[in-house]
Design a protein around this ligand. Structure first.
Ligand code: HEC
Length: 144
């Protein structure tokens, strides 16, 4: 297993349990679903990179396309402030909205630029590194 990739994937996904049970605010639930979908696509890429699943270029590029599409939903989903006790979103998101939106768009453009570039298993580490960096840039500031 490639340790760097495993670490990057962990950082990107976070270690918190993905428990949506008990989330009452439907806007919070909707934005969590967007993130969860992004996380699932990252796992598809991570599992291939680690050799847990067979390399499949089409599936990898499709995962990147899906991450780009879902990332385009981040800003619209968060724009109106919504709170829930189960949410991991930090209130400074709305005090520093432009910065948050810029970080969201970085994930989108990075995923979109990478989509279609995966032709060999060796491409996955670079893609995960670049993309994971954009997740981490936001999570480290705006997620508990
Ligand atoms: C612009 C900021 C931003 C970017 C970029 C971002 N995230 Fe998130 N992410 C958040 C915030 C904020 C939360 C917490 C949402 C909440 O609990 O209300 C979150 C939560 C999550 C969760 C937990 C969702 C759940 O089930 O509760 C996962 C998984 C996740 N992000 C994966 C990713 C991955 C993978 C990327 C990069 C491809 C990424 N995120 C990019 C801000 C971001």
């Amino acid at each position: 297993m490639n340790k760097t990739i495993a670490t990057i994937t962990l950082i990107a996904l976070g270690t918190a349990a993905l428990a949506h049970g008990g989330v009452k605010n439907k806007d919070v639930l909707a934005r969590m679903e967007v993130m969860k979908t992004i996380g699932e696509q990252m796992k598809v890429l991570g599992a291939m990179a680690k050799g847990q699943t067979a390399f499949d270029a089409a599936a990898a590029n499709a995962a990147l396309t899906e991450i780009a599409a879902q990332s385009a939903q981040i800003a619209p989903m968060f724009e109106t402030r919504a709170d829930d006790p189960k949410s991991e979103a930090l209130p400074i998101i709305w005090a520093q909205w432009d910065d948050f939106a810029t970080l969201a768009s970085a994930s989108e453009t990075t995923a979109a630029a990478l989509a279609g570039t995966i032709t060999a298993k060796a491409d996955l580490g670079r893609a995960l590194g670049q993309l994971g960096g954009t997740c981490k840039a936001c999570h480290s500031k705006y997620r508990e």
